[in-house]
Design a protein around this ligand. Structure first.
Ligand SMILES: Cc1cc2nc3c(=O)[nH]c(=O)nc-3n(C[C@H](O)[C@H](O)[C@H](O)COP(=O)(O)O)c2cc1C
Length: 313
């Protein structure tokens, strides 16, 4: 694959980041991805304690000297953020991906020790803010992404970002094939961040049912639900999701309208949602949510991660 600003910035072979995925990205997958010539990041939130988080970083470091990153949720919904940032700085991870909040503090503390900071954005206005704060790269999260998707079509978002900024632009969302990567690079991206297709890697620790659902369902089966976290999340439209719907109940909607109740309710929904996702990822039942983006369209079997990378490049 061609050399880009991203391959130069991180000194990697291919301009691909295996995207951070809550509960999904594990050290085994990260190590395999790094050995395959791409880079990868995992959410710090995947670890309950700081000790576990630190040993995950050590495990990757002991297995390879290739660069990798950590994803930090930088808003108040993440009480572990202050310690997670201290640990990233302590351990000098290669890069941090910030999402859902201002990257100001992360940039201030990371730059002096040489950690690069990449910031998730869903529009140009927010990208301007992170660029002014000193982001090293911008990750444009498009409407096609898995997880908390944006609202602008990825190609449009990339062209808009490219027109405004000189720092590397990375596209996130909807990429599952080499030709799609080529299209993104043509649209102006310096790299791609790919999540969903890696869930179907043999090395990934989620349940076999989750992986099989990625094979069995297609793009048209992916819907956004507001029942799992504070903001809409992409899930496969299984019979269970169809049964309970993708909008909060009437009672819940009424309560959310109440100013004082809103904050508490949103937190309750988020905590309950996290527990549901956790259960779903590792032990499937009828009441299961499978978080994934429309790029499941291109998943036709579960296979070694190395093979997925070979196809992408
Ligand atoms: C199962 C799943 C979990 C995700 N968890 C996170 C997360 O914890 N933090 C984050 O910033 N993005 C998260 N994302 C978004 C990815 O980092 C990335 O932006 C997205 O997967 C790219 O779109 P794609 O799935 O079409 O490749 C998640 C995506 C998926 C599919």
């Amino acid at each position: 694959m061609s050399k880009t600003k991203l391959t130069e910035l991180l000194d990697i072979e291919h301009p691909i980041i295996m995207a951070p995925m809550f509960l999904v990205s594990d050290t085994g997958m990260i190590i395999e991805a790094l050995k395959s010539g791409i880079t990868a990041a995992f959410p710090a939130l995947n670890y309950r304690t700081d000790e576990e988080f630190r040993s995950a970083i050590d495990e990757i470091r002991n297995a390879t000297d290739k660069p990798f990153g950590v994803n930090l949720i930088v808003n108040k919904s993440n009480p572990k953020y202050p310690q997670q940032l201290i640990t990233c700085v302590d351990k000098k991870v290669d890069f941090i991906i910030t999402s859902l909040g201002s990257p100001r503090e992360v940039i201030e503390k990371s730059k002096p020790v040489g950690i690069k900071v990449f910031c998730d954005v869903t529009n140009v206005q927010y990208a301007k803010k992170v660029a002014e704060l000193g982001a090293d790269a911008i990750i444009g999260v498009g409407a096609e992404a898995g997880g908390h998707a944006g609202n602008i079509k990825i190609k449009d978002l990339i062209s808009q970002l490219k027109a405004e900024f000189d720092i590397p632009i990375i596209s996130a969302g909807g990429v599952a094939t080499k030709s799609q990567i080529d299209e993104m690079i043509e649209a102006g991206a310096d790299g791609v961040s790919v999540g969903t297709v890696f869930i179907a890697a043999q090395e990934c620790g989620v349940s076999d049912e989750y992986k099989q659902a990625l094979v069995d369902y297609g793009a048209k089966d992916v819907v956004r639900t507001s029942n799992l976290s504070g903001s809409p999340l992409t899930v496969i439209n299984t019979p269970y999701v169809q049964e309970i719907g993708t909008e909060p109940s009437f009672l819940m909607r009424m309560m959310i309208k109440h100013k004082k109740l809103r904050k508490i309710l949103k937190m309750v929904i988020a905590v309950q949602g996290m527990n549901k996702i956790k259960k779903s990822a590792f032990s499937a039942s009828y009441k299961t949510y499978f978080v994934a983006g429309p790029s499941i369209e291109h998943i036709y079997k579960v296979r070694p991660l190395k093979e997925i990378v070979e196809d992408l490049v």
